[in-house]
Design a protein around this ligand. Structure first.
Ligand code: ADP
Ligand code: MG
Length: 339
């Protein structure tokens, strides 16, 4: 065996980047979540070649101070938490300070930003993790990040990418989930300059659901409102008639964060068990508001998979909330929901 050494920064960044940035849709997720944390009311996403040649995310959020811009690209640099104590109660989507440095390590990235009070903005250009330019730049308040040639310096990862069409549709799917998670934010997405998605940001989930699924399908979904034991569950619940063949259309949002959580998804499926034929999955948008200390987001660098404390109780409440919504709309006879 060779002697033990500490890896150089470039190698360490590349390894860390591999976990945060799996594919173009991971870049879209991290950038849009940064925009949301910045208080953006409008977010625009532009992609080319499925995000492999270009991803731009533009927002009207708080912007980054010119003096902080270089720091934003250092690993573990964040404005969102200050100590481990904060990890127990996270109110922002980001907190690890890893997304920007990770994305910048495996692409050619340009960020242009201006805070609302600043006279002028700033622009930084980073290639493969190295800062190549930092200049003052005129810009509207907010932040625009452009990521080009993703994985240009990690050919092994680049080779595992699916076709641009597939990668592009994964990006689109992600944007629709984020629109469902935050119906109060206006989202627009373009592919090679062509409009592909628009959610007006009215604040009404029904409008976001219409943007994602179309009016006909959104009409087949009933609203859900349930509060018990400090847990509030809201959302839209698809009638059995619009079931799907995959569980891909169960969108779970916990405390404003689009997440995956197997026990909750299983509870959703359990609620529909007697209503759907074998192999069919419901269309459900479920938004849980829970005390933040019950949610552990710090499971994986990508922050998509989360763990819940009191998971069994949560599963029981979710199932009950769904059955109640379906029953109230007389979609199922009350005897069927006795469980
Ligand atoms: P994290 O989101 O975990 O803090 P990131 O690497 O994603 O880490 O971002 C680093 C920092 O850069 C953030 O904490 C934030 O201060 C700043 N930042 C990133 N994107 C934006 C944005 N769109 N608008 C304003 N500030 C941003
Ligand atoms: Mg972030």
């Amino acid at each position: 065996m060779a002697r033990i050494i500490v890896l150089d920064k470039y190698t360490a960044d590349q390894i860390a980047a591999g976990e945060v940035v799996e594919r173009p849709s991971s870049v879209v997720k991290e950038l849009v979540e940064n925009s949301i944390d910045a208080g953006a009311r409008r977010i625009a996403i532009d992609i080319e070649d499925g995000g492999l040649s270009m991803i731009t995310v533009s927002d009207d959020g708080c912007g980054i101070e010119g003096d902080d811009l270089e720091l934003a690209f250092q690993r573990h640099a964040t404005s969102k938490i200050t100590s481990t104590g904060d990890l127990a109660c996270i109110y922002t989507l980001g907190f690890r300070g890893e997304a920007l440095p990770s994305i910048a390590a495996v692409s050619k990235l340009t960020v242009t930003t201006r805070t609302h009070d600043a006279m002028t903005g700033a622009q930084a250009q980073i290639e493969g993790g190295a800062l190549v330019a930092m200049v003052p730049a005129g810009a509207p308040p907010g932040t625009t990040v452009t990521v080009k040639e993703l994985f240009y310096n990690t050919p092994a990862r680049r080779k595992t990418m699916k076709s641009p069409a597939t990668e592009g549709s994964l990006c689109g799917e992600l944007v629709s989930r984020l629109a469902l998670a935050r119906p109060d934010i206006r989202y627009e997405m373009r592919v090679k300059g062509r409009d592909v998605f628009y959610s007006a940001g009215s604040g009404r989930l029904a409008d976001a659901a219409t943007a994602v699924y179309g009016a006909a399908m959104a009409r087949e979904m009933v609203p859900l409102n349930f509060t018990e034991e400090g847990i509030t569950i809201t959302g839209m619940v698809g009638k059995p008639s619009i079931s799907r063949s995959t569980r891909n259309h169960i969108t779970l949002v916990i405390n404003g964060r689009y997440v995956r959580c197997t026990p909750v998804t299983a509870a959703v499926e359990a609620a529909y068990q007697t209503l759907l034929p074998q192999g069919r999955k419901p269309v459900v948008i479920l938004s849980l508001s829970i005390p933040p200390e019950l949610l552990d987001v710090n499971v994986h660098p990508a922050k998509l998979e989360v763990r819940l404390l009191e998971e069994e109780k949560m599963a029981v409440l979710v199932k009950r909330a769904l059955l109640e919504a379906l029953r109230t709309k007389a979609l199922i006879p009350s005897a069927a929901s006795a469980t």
